[in-house]
Unconditional design. Sequence first.
Length: 104
Amino acid sequence: MPATKVLILDGEIDFHLSMEVAASLRAIIAKKPRRVIVDLAKVTYLDSSGLAVLVNGMQNTKEYGGEFLLAAMQENLRPIFEIACLDQVFKVLPDADYALAATS
C-alpha cells in the first residue's frame, strides 16, 4: 500500500469540473494509498457536486482502510461544510505539509 497520495485542486470545483475531480480521485484510490490528501489551498468555490465527490472519495478510501484528509481549506469554503455538517465528518488540516507529516 503506497504511503500517501496528494490531489491538488484549483479554482472553482462545480458541476463542470466535479467529474474530472472524481476521475482523479478514483485513479488515486484505485492504488489504495494509506492516506489520501486533497489540497484545497487554491479552491475558491465548491458546490454540492464537488462536495459529493469529496464525500464519495472519503467513503471509498475508508472502505479499504485508508485515511482521507482535506488540507488548507479556505475560510470561504467552511460554511459549505458546516451547513451540511460535514465539518464533523472530514478531517481538515491546516495545510498539505502538515497533512503529510500527520500520523493517524
